[in-house]
Design a protein around this ligand. Sequence first.
Ligand code: PLP
Length: 221
Amino acid sequence: MSIQKNLNKIKSQLPEHVTLVAVSKTKPVSDLMEAYDAGQRIFGENKIQEMANKYEQMPKDIEWHMIGHVQSNKVKYMASFVSLIHGADSIKLLKEINKQAKKHDRIINCLLQIKIASEDSKFGLSTEVASTLINSEPFSALKNIKVIGLMGMATFTNDKNQVKQEFDILKSSFNELKAFESSNLKLETISMGMSGDFELAINSGSTMVRVGSSIFGLRNY
Ligand SMILES: *Cc1c(COP(=O)(O)O)cnc(C)c1O
C-alpha cells in the first residue's frame, strides 16, 4: 500500500480528539513529502540531527516532534523550530531546553516521560519523582518551557494485558499530576501508542499516538 493509503487508513481509526504523529525516523524526505502531500503536518523523529536536516529541506508549516531520548548538549540544534519534545525526563534537561528556548525568545512545549515499562532500557521518571520535579523551585523558575502532558512507552511484548496495564499506569499518573497547575505546567496531552498498540492506548486514554511503520513501512537500520 502507498504511504497515502496507509495514512488514510490510520486516520480513519483515530477518534477526533487523538492527534497523529507520523514517525518518520530513518525515512527519506521523499517519503515524508508523500505524507505531507496527503495532508500530514506533524512528524516525529528520534535523532536531533536528522530532524534538523529534514526541517531545513521541508515546508515550514510542519510541526516537528522530538520523540527520542534527548542529550542536553544537542538541544541547541532544534531549539529554534521544535514544536514538542516528548522525552523530557530530568530537571537538567528541562533547564537546558529553557536556556535554549530563551535564546530564541520562545517557549518550547514538553512532555514528561514516565517510565511505565517493566524493561530496564526504557527511560523515564516515576510518578513520584515527576511530582517532586514539577513542584520544585528550580522547575517553577523555567519561564521558557511549558509542560503540556506526559509520554510513555509500553514494554515491547505481545502480551496485550501487560501493555494495557502499563498504559493504565500512565493514565493514572496523568490524573494524579493534572491536579498541579502553574504558569509553566498544564497537563492536557497523553502521548502513548505506536503502530502495534495504538488502539489499546486510545482505549486507555491516549490523546496522541506516534505511528511509524504502519504508515511508512518497516525500517531498515
Ligand atoms: C520509533 C518510535 C515510534 C514508532 O514506532 P512504530 O512501531 O514504527 O509505529 C513511536 N515512539 C517512539 C518513541 C519511537 O522511537
